[in-house]
Design a protein around this ligand. Structure first.
Ligand code: AMP
Ligand code: TRP
Length: 336
């Protein structure tokens, strides 16, 4: 038995923030040696809302460099760009034709993004989860590590698998594999610094709401100094009345590597004036090695390109196998 396969991706839309890191990438890095990993830059998903062609390629490279800077190791992980492997689009079309429209209309993320955009919502935004299902199923992934916000899309992927296998699998031999989501309890939902009830998001208009992985020490200090708190002294986890307090303690716990019990004891009598500089220092220290490595990688574009070329080749070969299997199951024939 080989290792189980992990697949995941992040969209190259704007800066990567602590939510993306703690909810997704850090978990990929920590578990990578146990799995065979396929990690990609979701640049086809990035155009499901209006995008700027001038920044798409640069954002894609930045994100690939950040994957490496965060610690993805090429001996365990294949890194590639979604649009480089055309099978993603092809499988999406095939799956589109077995996915009921109302499943997509029910997706929370679609509804939220459609309302936000208002006019001229593209068909791609509705179809986003089918493309995501194609990403996962092409690699016959066992596990998909994501943040909490992607859970519904994983459930949809599983529904598509069941429907596809029911319609096209012969004699109970399934064509597509059922993937499991891998959602960590801690870090799965990092909240905004300006509103502890909203998740930290790339699309929040306020820069003060998030800490980006490439923020300078000064920016980090400033954002933490100005983040929302409450007038209560003594800091506690899990108080529904104090969402900001819970979020900031959680960030401190995850970035310092301390246990929850240690943080409870350390912070129970603190006021914000004492805690904020501590959190700022901890964040700066945690991000420094990532930022240094990122700078090193970015000076050698040739290296980054070679990583993505290798990734395209490895990923493309596997994707093509699944695509052929799916097409055969659906009744297409293709002479060699
Ligand atoms: P996106 O920025 O939407 O491409 O998300 C990339 C990954 O980061 C996905 O696995 C998301 O679930 C995860 N993610 C995004 N925002 C957060 C957040 N605020 N807390 C935890 N995980 C997040
Ligand atoms: N939709 C995911 C997000 O925004 C990114 C993504 C695209 C993804 N395809 C995927 C994540 C496949 C996991 C598996 O976070």
């Amino acid at each position: 038995m080989g290792r189980q396969r992990v697949l995941s991706g992040v969209q190259p839309t704007g800066n990567l923030h602590l939510g993306n890191y703690l909810g997704a990438i850090r978990n990929w890095v920590e578990a990578q040696s146990e799995y065979e990993n396929y990690l990609f830059i979701a640049d086809l998903h990035a155009i499901t809302v209006p995008h700027d062609p001038k920044t798409l390629a640069a954002n894609t490279y930045t994100l690939a460099a950040l994957y490496l800077a965060c610690g993805l190791d090429l001996s365990h992980s294949t890194i590639f760009v979604q649009s480089h492997v055309s099978a993603h689009c092809e499988l999406t079309w095939l799956l589109n034709c077995v996915t009921p429209l109302n499943w997509l209309e029910d997706m929370i993320q679609f509804k939220e993004k459609a309302v936000k955009q208002g006019e001229n919502v593209g068909v791609g935004l509705l179809d986003y989860p089918v493309l995501m299902a194609a990403d996962i199923l092409l690699y016959q992934a066992d596990k998909v590590p994501v943040g909490e916000d992607q859970k519904q899309h994983l459930e949809l992927t599983r529904d598509i698998v069941n429907r596809f296998n029911h319609l096209f699998a012969k004699k109970g031999k399934s064509v597509l594999k059922l993937p499991d989501p891998l959602i960590r309890k801690q870090g799965a939902r990092v909240m905004s610094l300006t509103d502890g009830t909203k998740k930290m998001s790339k699309s929040d208009p306020s820069e003060l709401s998030r800490i980006n992985l490439l923020d300078s020490a000064d920016e980090i200090s400033k954002k933490i100094k100005r983040c929302k708190t409450d007038p209560i002294r003594g800091l506690t986890f899990d108080d529904a009345e104090r969402p900001e307090c819970h979020n900031l303690l959680m960030l401190y716990m995850l970035l310092s590597g301390k246990s929850k019990e240690e943080v409870v004891i350390e912070c129970q009598d603190m006021g914000w004036g004492q805690f904020k500089p501590l959190l700022a220092e901890t964040t700066i220290t945690a991000l420094k090695p990532i930022q240094e490595k990122y700078q090193q990688i970015m000076v050698d574009k040739g290296y980054l390109e070679s990583v993505l070329r290798d990734g395209r080749e490895k990923a493309g070969a596997i994707a093509q196998q699944t695509l052929s299997k799916v097409k055969a199951a659906m009744g297409y024939s293709m002479p060699l």
